[in-house]
Structure formats: C-alpha cells, structure tokens
Design a protein around this ligand. Structure first.
Ligand SMILES: *[C@@H]1O[C@H](CO)[C@@H](O)[C@H](O)[C@H]1NC(C)=O
Length: 279
C-alpha cells in the first residue's frame, strides 16, 4: 500500500486504514530498591523515558502490524510533545491530526518501580483532556474515510463519543476500548461500538458481575451485547479471551498461546516498546 500521487491531493490509498483517537503519555520511570515514604528522598538506580498512553500504544501496534495509521491526539507545546510527535513519525504514523497546545503540558505518567516490581504511578493527563470536538471536526476527513476507528477513555469521554459518532455515521468500523473503565458509561458508547474490547476488571466495573473465568466473561459479554455492542471481546490475560456477538450468541473462548512472561506490567513499564495493543 505505497502512497502515491501529487501532494495535497488525497487519493484513496493515502487514507489511513486505522485511525486512533486517543491519548499520548510520556512515561517518566525511576527504578529504586524500595518505594519512598511520605516526605522522604531516596536514590534510584535507573531512569528512563518511554512513550505510552493507551491510544498511542494501540496506534503503534497497528502500524507495526502493517496498517497505514493516523493518530488524532493532543500533546503540549513542550519538549515532551515535540519528542512524542517525532516518535509517532518514526513509527510511520501520520501526525496530520496530532495537535499541540500551549494551554497544558503533554500528558505524563510518573512511575516509581521497586525491585519487587511494585510501583506507584501518578498520571497527569494534561493536553490529552484538551482534545475536543472542534479538533475532531478538523480530523473528520480522516475519521470518516478510514476502515477502522479506535478509541479509549484516556481523553475526555465527550471527545471519544464524538469520534465514535463521526465514524459510525460514515459506516466506518468502530473499535472501542473502555479503558480506564467507568461504571456509569454513557449508553451511547455501547450502541456506537462495532467491537467493544475490555479486560476482566473493566468488564466487572461495567456490568457489576464478577469476572474470574471464561464462563463469567461470557455472561458479562452477553450483558454488553444487550446494551448494543455488535461484538464484545473480554480479554483474560493468560486465559486468552472470550468473544460474543449479536449474531453468534454462544460465547467463544479463544485460549492464548503459552508464552514466557517477560513483563506483566505492560500498560506502563513496557510502553517503551509499545507491546500493548488492547490493554
Ligand atoms: C485492565 O486494564 C486496566 C487499565 O484500564 C488495568 O489497570 C487493569 O490492571 C487490567 N486488569 C487486568 C486484570 O489485567
């Protein structure tokens, strides 16, 4: 799918197949032998900066799987924001609708991890919360012509809802990852989701049901399809996932291949390698 044609004129093959509307976070990670107490200053033995945020992680993963992608997001007009845009470009992602604002800092996750792998994390969403419906109207040319639009809940819910609405009304397949989960999710999120993909704890928060087995996950997925999602996928870590749809109403358990776990804290620590597609 090589891009061709004169600049300025967008041909069909120049349109991204996957558009992600979501978050970018700079991870500031310090490794220490133990976590500090209140008021205490301690020395760590290693520091690194990583590129994270659920939205950008999903976009990078889609790009690495070979899709032409575009990231609709907002970072600060600061060095973290500049570096983030460079990182997206290096991953072959279109930054045409990656906005920069002077009004807030680039989103950050300050993370301290001790030798046992326990961590404390402070997230400041910053510029992510300023991505607004006006920005989406500008990006509508990409959102309305893509194949798949993906969003999550690390930007303002109203923004994700608008992205889903634009995609849905243009016949674009929508994939919604309700993370981080909120119990009182606007019911339109369900009806606008072609694929609704959550993990077990998110399924619990959304349905109020306990989810600790593939069987439980099937029951939760049924509740979610009844709310209007076309397809529901509940991810279960080492147990794989359970899938259910409005047309295939018997839950299907898809086991995961056995792997040697290198790092189970993927949402934060391994963001540097952007391994997390859906979590
Ligand atoms: C599910 O995802 C959330 C992030 O939205 C994460 O905090 C939580 O640990 C995950 N739950 C499981 C069981 O992996």
């Amino acid at each position: 799918m090589a891009a061709s044609g004169e600049p300025g004129k967008q041909k069909q093959e120049d349109v991204a197949a996957v558009v992600v509307v979501g978050s970018c976070m700079t991870d500031l990670v310090s490794l220490t032998s133990r976590l500090p107490k209140t008021g205490e200053t301690i020395h760590g033995h290693k520091f690194f900066i990583g590129f994270g945020g659920k939205g950008a992680n999903q976009c990078v993963q889609a790009a690495r799987l070979g899709a032409k992608t575009s990231m609709v997001c907002k970072v600060g007009k600061d060095s973290f924001g500049n570096d983030y845009i460079e990182n997206l470009k290096q991953n072959g992602i279109s930054t045409e609708f990656t906005y920069q604002t002077k009004d807030a800092a680039t989103g950050t996750a300050s993370i301290i991890v001790n030798n046992e792998g326990q961590n404390i994390i402070v997230i400041v969403a910053g510029a992510n919360l300023l991505l607004n419906t006006e920005d989406l109207r500008e990006a509508a040319s990409a959102i309305s012509r893509t194949k798949v639009m993906i969003c999550q809940l690390e930007v303002a819910p109203a923004t994700s809802l608008e992205a889903l609405t634009i995609a849905h009304s243009n016949g674009v397949k929508t994939l919604f990852n309700p993370a981080p989960a909120m119990a009182d999710l606007d019911p339109r999120f369900y009806t606008l989701s072609d694929v609704f993909c959550c993990n077990e704890s998110e399924a619990e928060i959304l349905t109020g049901l306990e989810v600790s087995s593939p069987e439980d996950a099937g029951k939760a997925a049924l509740v979610l399809t009844e709310r209007g999602c076309r397809v529901v996928i509940v991810t279960l870590g080492a147990e794989g996932c359970v899938m259910l749809s409005q047309t295939e109403t018997v839950p299907k358990h898809i086991p995961a291949e056995k792997v040697k776990a290198v790092d189970t804290t993927i949402p934060y620590i391994s963001n540097t390698t952007n391994l997390a597609f859906l979590e």
